[in-house]
Design a protein around this ligand. Sequence first.
Ligand SMILES: Cc1cc2nc3c(=O)[nH]c(=O)nc-3n(C[C@H](O)[C@H](O)[C@H](O)COP(=O)(O)OP(=O)(O)OC[C@H]3O[C@@H](n4cnc5c(N)ncnc54)[C@H](O)[C@@H]3O)c2cc1C
Length: 482
Amino acid sequence: MSVRRPEKPVVGGMRGGRDPWEVLARSISGRVVRPGEAGYAALALPYNLRAASIRPAGIALCRSARDVATSIRWARRYHFPLIGRSGGHSAGGYSVTTGLMIDTHLMRQATFDTRTRVATIAGGVLNAGVYQALQQHDATITHGRCPTVGAAGFLLGGGIGFNIRTLGIASDAVVASQLVTACGEILTLDDHQNRDLFWACRGGGGGNFGISTCFSIRTVHAPRWVTASRVTWTKKIDRVLPALLRALYESPVRLGTWTTLDAVTPQELAKGKDVSVFFEGQLLGTPAELRHILAPVYAVENPSESTIRKMGYWDAQRNFFSDLQKPAEFQNRGFYFHRHISDEAIGVMLYWLRRWPGTSIYARVSLLRTGGRANAVRPDATAFVHRDNQWYMVWYLKWGEEDSKALVAENLAWLSAFYDAIAPYALPQAYQNFMDPSLKDYLLHYYASNLPRLERIKSVVDPTRVFNFPQAIPPGHRHRWQ
Ligand SMILES: Cc1cc2nc3c(=O)[nH]c(=O)nc-3n(C[C@H](O)[C@H](O)[C@H](O)COP(=O)(O)OP(=O)(O)OC[C@H]3O[C@@H](n4cnc5c(N)ncnc54)[C@H](O)[C@@H]3O)c2cc1C
């Protein structure tokens, strides 16, 4: 593989008296948006409002890989920090900069090869655009459930969803991609060209190696129908939750599930409101089969609400689409679990979920049943290392403007204590697409045994950290390129 090593950035300024921003605007086919100009405020805003105060000096709305390459070269020439932005949903709020934001959202092309059934999507396509391209051809992949998440960020960090147990990690189905590097080279990554980067860009996370401008993804035929279910329990939770998690642990891989537990404050608890258990499932099977799987839970307690229906595949997905809520300030944390989540660990979860200090929005835990096809791939086959687990647990703590600083601090301390209490039961691994700014050993949690190779690749393609953010992979100068 021959990747050009980036040159040192040139300290810039006005070239021949021309405003650098004017130079950029004239050099790309897209647009440059500066503070105060129409659209700037909305474009600059990240989904996680914790990072909203970090605003770019300018935004390059790129229309092509060439625009992206020009923007990278420009930022280096004029010594601006840069950042890539697709859907803006970085959980850590990391697609922000005080320099140049390279925004790919005008790159929305999506095509489908009906012979190979490979979907090719541009770097700015959002999940909603992916769904549309797939639905037109009765195809599917492991896709997420939030339509406004960027496909680039989703695929670069792995990609998990209801299909994970049958189809594996989304990035396992990427057969080629295109990457613009720190020196503005436009590279094709696949099994034959730039193989190390191809490996790194399947699980190595967004923002580390360059800006991805295109992905080709192998699809499968979507099932004509599935059994979609949404079931809520609000009573006898201490017995319902272990019964449900046991039933899901023993369930066939044809069942994809998210189970969400909403926290309550001690005051709410005193008034009789308990933690709620909200189960969402997609079964490649009949409603009767799903009822059979859930029978041990129904034997404990009847749900307060329940919908179990046979639906067309894409109707079911629309049913599952999540979080079309307005951006807010939030903190995610996460863990993988090697095997079944023990009753003792469930007891610890419920203990903390009943001691939430409270915010104006919510605190919850979601459990995704993993394993199946995702575990059938070796941990070093791609950069996505998490291949020996049965559950992924993610915390969402959200708060708003009306919550005082002291209350937010109290909530973060609660989250931290809750996380520490769960740690002994979990694997020391976390999903890199839910980046957690408070995680200390983040590189090991996200990349584990794949970290040395990722650092080695970084040291070749981006030794001066043109692509950088607080949890970026550093160049590993101690390693030799392979
Ligand atoms: C509400 C919500 C729901 C979610 N649901 C799911 C889910 O169901 N399944 C799942 O797996 N994940 C899910 N996620 C996590 C999501 O996949 C990651 O946060 C992902 O990184 C977001 O991608 P983005 O393009 O929207 O974000 P951005 O903030 O634009 O980018 C994320 C990171 O990638 C970099 N980046 C952006 N564009 C590019 C590019 N073109 N090339 C290279 N680097 C780039 C950014 O600099 C940043 O570091 C969810 C997140 C949220 C907030």
